[in-house]
Design a binder for this molecule. Structure first.
Ligand code: 5GP
Ligand code: ZN
Length: 111
């Protein structure tokens, strides 16, 4: 998608700190961290909302969670982490490209 910030990051048109990249997804540092470690896992495919994803796309998201769980140490997520998907206005979604927030690196507040 032309004007999507995450697609631009994937194409290298906007600089970012990329911690992991493969043929299906990338993990970058969030530009405005809400925790000591705040990363975003972004599928390569541009889909604005979960409800627009195919069943396969949803399965891919599940696979990403599995990958993240195997990268805990290298991502600085010892002692646990939190995964969040903001979906729509009430959740505060600001980028219309499905992504998973990864928060950790410290004791997170209850919510
Ligand atoms: P949302 O609010 O849609 O769930 O999450 C979007 C996230 O993308 C926000 O936490 C925001 O800080 C992050 N973000 C927005 N623009 C950029 C950018 O240009 N670079 C990086 N690394 N993160 C961004
Ligand atoms: Zn996009």
């Amino acid at each position: 998608m032309e004007d999507c910030v995450f697609c631009k990051i994937r194409k290298g048109e906007i600089p970012s700190t990329v911690l992991y990249k493969d043929e299906e997804m990338m993990i970058i540092k969030d530009i405005n961290p809400k925790a000591k470690v705040h990363l975003i896992a972004i599928p390569n495919e541009h889909v604005p909302m979960i409800e627009m994803m195919t069943t396969e796309g949803c399965c891919e998201l599940g696979k990403f969670m599995g990958k993240i769980s195997h990268m805990q140490e290298e991502l600085g997520l010892t002692n646990g982490y939190r995964l969040i998907i903001n979906q729509g206005e009430h959740a505060g979604q600001t980028v219309g490209h499905v992504h998973v927030h990864i928060l950790g690196g410290e004791q997170l507040k209850d919510f």
